[in-house]
Design a protein around this ligand. Structure first.
Ligand code: AHM
Ligand code: MG
Length: 337
């Protein structure tokens, strides 16, 4: 049986008029960079890549060696391709325009080079998340402000999960599709076309240790999940929490569920833990393209007009009816306040 590689899939999408040649090349380059990150991650202790880098990023988080290595792989791979205008990353304070010495294209690429990196040292799945925007018309030198576009403006989004197998899950706005890396040929092969998230679920993912810091509607919603069949929801729920957003979202794309990282009072100045531009937006688009939903508990994530590159948001995403239910608890609470 003939296999559809990522390369072939992208060429077919281009011929169908759904993407242009530059976007095709950009995604292919991201795919190659993710293959290299996958190789580095899979070496584990043998590659000397585990542990802390001894540095911090703009958000005050300690960087792992693999955070830094993954960031460099993505930057290096994308600098000279000719289809990008600038990159922005969780690991860099500001965006990095493509150097003047290289040809500059129209696209802006955002990434979280290695999400869930606290899981690296314990050999649990981690991943790369990416989002593609168009550089605003007439921009000669992109700045952070060029990136401040709502998630609905994304031209493409995806993630690569480094687990027992390496998979890239991609959308260019025409469904969400999954490609598995064939480690022997180095090729991503289309293994699931048109992923669909079941509308209903009995599985939720949340860091329960923050429960006492949540606001009232979150408390009420989770209490009802935990009450199971005897409670207001009339059904039992199971819980899963990997603490790698990529792995939790991958499970939800595969078999449904709701993933929640709500606002909490631990650090009231922060709107949430996860970042809008390179975590919530790309995951939001992938999930919506698979028939699911993504909100902040109050509004659709993709509609948010960002005002900062590293902006944080509360995240509720996954099975459509369950996200609607969690959102209803928040809206009803607000209406009564
Ligand atoms: P990171 O980008 O620094 O890795 O942080 C994001 C990660 C997500 O992958 C995950 O959902 C969350 O942080 C886990 O948070 P917690 O430590 O509260 O379990
Ligand atoms: Mg992250």
């Amino acid at each position: 049986m003939s296999r559809t590689s990522l390369t072939r899939y992208l060429i077919e999408e281009q011929h169908a008029g759904r993407i242009n040649a530059d976007l095709r090349q950009l995604i292919a380059v991201v795919g190659r960079a993710c293959t290299n990150i996958s190789i580095a991650v899979s070496k584990g202790a043998l590659g000397g890549v585990l542990g802390d880098a001894g540095t911090g990023n703009v958000q005050g988080e300690a960087q792992k060696k693999l955070d830094v290595i993954s960031n460099e792989i993505l930057l290096e791979a994308n600098a000279w391709g000719g289809h990008l205008a600038a990159c922005a990353s969780e690991e860099m304070d500001h965006c990095q325009p493509v150097p003047d010495t290289y040809p500059r294209g129209d696209f802006l690429l955002l990434f979280d080079p290695l999400d869930g990196s606290s899981n690296i040292d314990v050999n649990v799945s981690v991943g790369t998340i990416f989002s593609v925007l168009r550089s605003p018309a007439g921009t000669e030198q992109p700045t952070d402000a060029s990136f401040l576009q709502p998630g609905t403006a994304q031209i493409a989004a995806g993630y690569c999960i480094y687990g027992p197998s390496t998979q890239m899950v991609l959308t260019t706005g025409h469904g969400t599709h999954s490609f598995t890396l064939d480690r022997e040929t180095g090729e991503f092969v289309l293994t699931q076309r048109g992923m669909q998230i079941p509308e209903d679920t009995q599985e939720f993912a949340i860091n329960m240790s923050n429960q006492r810091h949540w606001e009232a509607p979150m408390q009420g919603y989770v209490q009802d999940l935990l009450a199971g069949k005897e409670g207001a929801r009339g059904k039992n729920f199971n819980m899963r929490w990997i603490a790698s957003m990529v792995a939790d979202v991958h499970r939800i794309l595969t078999r449904g569920g709701i993933f929640i990282y709500p606002w909490d009072k631990k650090d009231p100045g922060k709107a949430g833990k996860l970042r809008l531009m390179y975590e919530a937006n790309p995951m939001g688009l992938l999930v919506e393209q698979a028939g699911g939903a993504a909100t902040t508990g109050r509004e659709r994530i993709l509609d948010i007009q960002p005002d900062q590159l590293h902006q944080r948001v509360p995240v509720f995403l996954g099975s459509r009816n369950e996200v609607a239910e969690a959102t209803r608890y928040h809206r009803e609470h607000d209406a009564q306040a």
